[in-house]
Design a protein around this ligand. Structure first.
Ligand code: ATP
Length: 445
């Protein structure tokens, strides 16, 4: 794992995973497009998360909420007042940076949860300036929500800063429609938008990104049990996808660092080349969200326990993971510069591989192309398959290694004689001869 983040970004661009968005117009920091292999990888992560969190359980159901919502939602949730970071701006306005990120870079330790007064003192005491010795103005807070004006009447709305608010707004309907009993969860995957002051480190901090979130509604007396349970489950999710345990750790939030909604928060952190960084938060949100929405909307959002014949406002344990950060860490886990082979091998879990199987005629002539295309056609609806006839077979294997394709199937002149093909395994480079009718049994994911 020696690749720095800029080299990872150029690898992803070169290999068709991720591009800086609108690059031909100069781009815009914090926005990215997913290319052909990036989009397949992302879809596979989504599928694994959804299977793990929703389809394999009877106590969690899914939803897909809208991205834009009226101001009242974000007023009630506390985001308009509290969802902000501290910003340092140079006196001439030419340089701006997130204060805790700047201090961490300059002073070499974490400043999560630092206050504006502390920032001002640290800047003064350590004589810190921006590029070319530019002095800073007094540190101020900057709200991360993206405002919008909706329709001809210009109704004020916002792009969601987190996916989860829609879950709280719909929770009662979902609980009733899906006949869920506390404890139960609602999961959602989708885009979130934050007007980050300093987007950096490629996919790690974007202004538009995706979250995979689940809100688990509980009786407050069970909070410890469920917090621990979901911590373990979420760790298992990463381990199941091949992430090494020693690359993961937990970090509990200090009191001053807790988000406005959180009673307790622990991050799962991954060891990126630029340090241990958050990939997912497990949050005890208490009854903050349902109570505040109930107060502002004047709707009852409590839950009636049929057995105990009593109503209460459920508390919430949240698991909130970033899809783009997950994708980035999975690329780091998989990336290997194999000196012996002379090419990169992306050792992605086969379930995650963007292309599952490549079909390669040894040469185009002598009927091999037609035979290979026939095989490709028979596979492509069941597996994400890829057909490639250009370049030497070694070069084609290397190209598939680089995007993590677990299997390459080669059609040669023997195929025309005896109906067998060669399967090459990405991880071992082992080649095996099998009959075409037995091929599917060999493709294991
Ligand atoms: P950070 O402290 O890094 O800003 P956060 O604590 O604000 O993150 P949460 O609000 O808990 O993050 O969001 C849950 C998850 O969403 C994070 O663990 C992360 O994976 C993802 N996420 C948050 N902000 C971004 C971003 N700007 N770009 C990409 N992913 C993000």
């Amino acid at each position: 794992m020696t690749l720095n983040i800029d080299d990872m970004a150029s690898f992803c661009k070169r290999k068709g995973f991720i591009y800086p968005s609108a690059e031909i117009y100069g781009g815009l920091a914090g926005f990215f497009d997913y290319g052909p292999y990036g989009v397949e990888l992302k879809k596979n992560i989504i599928n694994e998360w959804w299977k793990f969190m929703v389809n394999s359980r009877s106590d969690v159901v899914g939803m897909d909420g809208s991205i834009i919502s009226p101001e009242s939602v974000w007023q009630a949730s506390g985001h308009l007042e509290n969802f902000s970071d501290l910003m340092l701006v140079s006196e001439d306005g030419s340089f701006e940076v997130r204060a805790d990120v700047f201090l961490e870079e300059k002073l070499g330790k974490s400043f999560d949860g630092v206050s504006a007064d502390e920032v001002n003192n640290l800047i003064k005491d350590n004589n810190l300036t921006g590029p070319n010795g530019k002095k800073f103005k007094t540190c101020e807070s900057f709200n991360l929500m993206f405002p919008l004006s909706i329709g001809a009447k210009k109704v004020k709305g916002y792009l969601r800063g987190e996916t989860t608010q829609m879950i709280y707004l719909d929770y009662k309907l979902i609980q009733q429609n899906a006949r869920m009993k506390v404890p139960f969860g609602i999961a959602q995957i989708g885009k979130a938008f934050r007007n980050e002051i300093s987007p950096r480190n490629f996919l790690f901090r974007c202004r538009e990104f995706e979250q995979m979130e689940m809100q688990f509604f509980i009786d407050p007396k069970d909070r410890e049990t469920w917090f621990k349970y979901w911590q373990e489950q979420r760790t298992n999710f990463y381990l199941n996808l091949g992430v090494k345990r020693e690359h993961l750790r937990y970090r509990a939030h200090e009191k001053g660092e807790l988000a406005h909604y959180a009673k307790r928060a622990e991050d799962i952190e991954y060891k990126f080349p630029f340090g241990w960084k958050e990939i997912e938060g497990i949050h005890d949100r208490g009854d903050w969200d349902l109570s505040t929405h109930s107060k502002h909307s004047k709707q009852k959002l409590d839950y009636f326990d049929e057995e105990k014949k009593e109503s209460f406002v459920p508390h919430i344990i949240e698991t909130s993971a970033g899809l783009d950060r997950t994708l980035l860490l999975l690329l780091y886990e998989a990336y290997e510069d194999d000196k012996e082979r002379g090419n990169i091998v992306l050792r992605l879990h086969p379930k995650l591989a963007p292309i599952k199987v490549a079909v390669l005629p040894l040469v185009k002539k002598g009927g091999l192309k037609e035979k290979a295309q026939e095989l490709f056609d028979s596979l492509k609806l069941d597996f994400v398959a890829f057909y490639d006839e250009s370049g030497s077979i070694g070069r084609r294997y290397a190209r598939m290694d680089e995007i993590g394709t677990p299997y390459c199937v080669t059609i040669d002149f023997d195929t025309l004689e005896d109906g067998t093909v060669t399967i090459r395994n990405r991880d071992t480079t082992e080649q095996k001869r099998v009959k075409i009718e037995d091929l599917r049994k060999e493709l294991v994911f």
